[in-house]
Design a binder for this molecule. Structure first.
Ligand code: ADP
Ligand code: MG
Length: 730
């Protein structure tokens, strides 16, 4: 895989300097097998099973819960709400009950408030030997009730002695383990022992402070040393909470520091093409052919892009905007600026590419853009997997000889065969369908990397977006073009289908068009395909030819057939488009005013919102009908309710995050940027915001981290290098 930093010599050297200062050998870097009680075999297993390589990894392997053995409970206080309990008492009686499978050992423990049962189904003879009637025992375990009698099955049990009278001094940590580790004797409890031993070997100096003092004071954080001890072996619940809060902040803060440093490094040191001219193409288009006035948000974003273009640095910008907010025109205007500018020595105009995730979408972009610039001397071509050989040869030639200005296509445009004379700008639409590696291939297509604009219609809050999309700068179109009416969204059950179909008829009578969309889990899944066919027949029965004509589009069709069907709908030769989610992204038919989503309960929130965005593009009132079976789960009902309540993609995305969690922000899963050990970027959003502000303040005032008070931050980044920074620049 091409590594991006290879083409950034300045950045590379800079980061290298910033992050390579020989850090003194630290006990935390010791291989985990050197930890007492581990050794080579278990060490290997820890690496394989849990990626625990060093003492530090071990220290950062946090417990998922704690058991409170600091107090001794009275039997009479145990009730249905008690989960775990620690009880001290005298053993009054032991008996074997039942036969064969139901055989069990029951011991009766008594304190000064009452009596309870301890039960063993396994290890009976072992337990029998352990127990002596009349002795005092300390018992811990999960509390249960059987025929109204309180009991603990398979309790932890030991003789009760004077020094145990007050219970343990700290809460006992519980760790996840795996089957393989357990087989090697490394169960959750063994982890507690190892971690305890590790902490015994360490002292405060091994875990030096890594936050500036001002932050420690501002947020009243406990020290790192205390935090690590208390996250594993807290004396109280409260101390545990303090430890988690501090370490979470640290995680978020350093993630933001790294991303911020990458950004700042790019802003200061990367080299990019300078497009400082706004020339004839842009001006003529803007003054003569632009079919509408730009919204203020579009103007603002365009300004941001122009500023980047003129900076001499490489632009790497994320553009978020709800469906229908008008990102395409911003991309086109930016590409025209590129075409207005020329290579500093060779004199060729800069070329642009626009990459779309699907053929349909690429085709749509091509149609829109080619129509918009048809009276300008701008050469626009479409290249997809289904371009025929002759065409393809011509296009490749135009790229190479520089006569082409704008190339639109699917990932076909980044294949090695596509060589540009002077590529200066790349637009990536709906980025989540493109991997980082694909993006990186663009970098090698000119002597300097092209400016990059990544456009996405999955709007998420700014801080989250910046965390999820790494070192990109951020622009947002937070305003819809004027005259748009909010889409009226309703949920209807299956039994109302005839009424929904009648409603479509009314809309068609008014000259409008309709989409009917079927869920599709996999483009090729047989069952989905059959559902679609059945659906098509059903729609046909409501809308017979020749009064009505229907287009059908799905992933199994060859490209040209898809295109023909699309075009018939675009030209209004057909009134209804029956399709799978291949129309999810980007299709633009402003005359379509009604969207029926079949089995809407099977779609995620964001996807439903994207689909809905296909209507409401003209000035007429539009409708979205979410059709579901008569039985709908509570979760699905919740999703549908949100959609009926709001049209705002940011609100929908936020709810979606709340429901599904951050693991599902599309395209970010493989980036590793969201994989925090403690923090959750959704539920800890407030803290994420605070961490981001703190990191930004430092980077703005002290980008080289030379100030005394930022030394802890710098030292920690050095210590972390290799593991973190480099792996994220690819
Ligand atoms: P998206 O952001 O979802 O990609 P598009 O770029 O496809 O949105 O734009 C959606 C529709 O809005 C298109 O028909 C486009 O021509 C129209 N449009 C874009 N900007 C404006 C504007 N400023 N005023 C009016 N219509 C606009
Ligand atoms: Mg779009």
């Amino acid at each position: 895989m091409a590594r991006r930093w290879v083409s950034f010599p300045a950045k590379e050297i800079y980061l290298y300097k910033l992050l390579t200062i020989s850090s003194s050998p630290n006990i935390l870097s010791s291989p985990v097998e050197y930890l007492k009680g581990v050794g080579p075999l278990r060490g290997d297993m820890l690496k394989k099973e849990l990626s625990i390589f060093t003492f530090k990894d071990m220290l950062e392997y946090y417990p998922f819960r704690h058991l409170d053995k600091t107090k001794i409970d009275k039997i009479a206080t145990l009730n249905e709400g008690t989960e775990y309990a620690q009880v001290a008492g005298k053993l009054t009686h032991v008996e074997l009950i039942g036969e064969k499978r139901s055989k069990r050992l029951v011991a009766y423990l008594q304190d000064d408030t009452g009596e309870m049962e301890l039960v063993w189904f396994q290890g009976i003879s072992w337990a029998e030997k352990l127990l002596t009637v009349g002795h005092h025992y300390l018992v811990f375990g999960k509390v249960g009730f059987f025929m109204n009698r309180v009991q603990i099955n398979h309790p932890e049990i030991e003789l009760y002695t004077a020094e145990k009278a007050d219970g343990k001094k700290f809460l006992e940590p519980v760790y996840y383990s795996t089957e393989k580790l357990k087989a090697r004797g490394l169960n959750g409890r063994a982890f507690a022992k190892l971690t305890y031993a590790l902490l015994q070997q360490l002292s405060a100096k091994d875990l030096p402070e890594n936050l500036p003092e001002s932050l420690l004071l501002k947020y009243r954080f406990i020290s790192r040393w205390d935090a690590f001890r208390s996250i594993h072996f807290p004396a109280t619940e409260e101390l545990y909470a303090h430890a988690v809060r501090r370490l979470k902040f640290e995680e978020l803060f350093f993630a933001q520091m790294r991303l911020g440093l990458l950004r700042s490094t790019r802003h200061r040191f990367s080299q990019g093409w300078t497009f400082n001219k706004v020339g004839d193409l842009f001006n003529t288009f803007y003054n003569t052919y632009l079919p509408f006035e730009l919204t203020n948000a579009q103007k603002r974003v365009l300004k941001e892009i122009r500023k980047d273009f003129g900076s001499g640095k490489q632009m790497n910008r994320l553009l978020q905007g709800d469906v229908g907010s008008g990102k395409t025109i911003v991309a086109l205007l930016s590409m025209l600026i590129a075409a207005d500018n020329t290579h500093p020595t060779k004199g060729d105009a800069f070329q642009s590419v626009l990459m779309a995730p699907t053929e349909i979408l690429a085709q749509q972009h091509y149609n829109t853009i080619a129509a918009l610039v048809k009276d300008l001397p701008v050469c626009v071509k479409l290249l997809t997997g289904s371009s025929v050989t002759k065409q393809r040869r011509e296009i490749l030639k135009a790229c190479e000889d520089g006569s082409l200005n704008i190339l639109i296509g699917t990932h076909a445009v980044i294949e090695d065969k596509v060589q540009f004379k002077n590529l200066g700008f790349a637009v990536i639409d709906e980025q989540h369908k493109f991997g980082v590696a694909q993006r990186a291939r663009l970098w090698a297509k000119n002597t300097l990397p092209p400016h990059v604009l990544v456009m996405t219609a999955t709007p998420i809050p700014r801080t989250l977006a910046l965390t999820a999309y790494g070192d990109l700068d951020y622009s947002v179109i937070d305003e819809l073009p004027p005259g748009r009416q909010p889409i009226t969204t309703v949920h209807r059950f299956e039994n109302k289908r005839p009424m929904v179909m009648d409603f479509i008829k009314d809309e068609i009578k008014k000259g409008r068009q309709a989409y009917v969309v079927y869920p599709l889990i996999e483009e090729s899944a047989k069952m989905d395909y059959e559902n679609l066919m059945k659906g098509f027949e059903e729609v046909k029965s409501f809308f017979p030819e020749p009064k009505y004509w229907i287009s059908m589009v799905h992933g199994r069709q060859p490209g040209d057939q898809k295109e023909t069907n699309m075009q018939r709908f675009v030209k209004a030769d057909t009134q209804i488009m029956v399709s799978t989610t291949v129309i999810e992204v980007g299709v633009n038919v402003p005359n379509a005013s009604i969207m029926v989503i079949e089995s809407a309960e099977k779609f995620g929130l964001s996807q439903l919102h994207q689909l809905r965005g296909r209507v409401g593009r003209g000035s007429e009132q539009s409708y979205c009908v979410l059709l579901t079976g008569n039985k709908v789960s509570k979760d699905a009902r919740e999703r549908l309710k949100i959609l009926c309540a709001t049209n705002d993609g940011f609100k929908v995305a936020e709810k979606d995050l709340e429901i599904r969690g951050p693991g599902d922000i599309e395209g970010t899963k493989q980036s590793g940027l969201l994989n925090f050990k403690l923090a959750n970027i959704v539920s800890d959003r407030v803290m994420l915001e605070a961490a981001k502000i703190a990191a930004e303040e430092i980077i703005n005032t002290d980008p080289d981290l030379t100030m005394e008070e930022n030394a802890p931050v710098k030292n920690y980044l050095h210590f972390q290098k290799g593991k973190t920074v480099w792996s994220k620049i690819s």
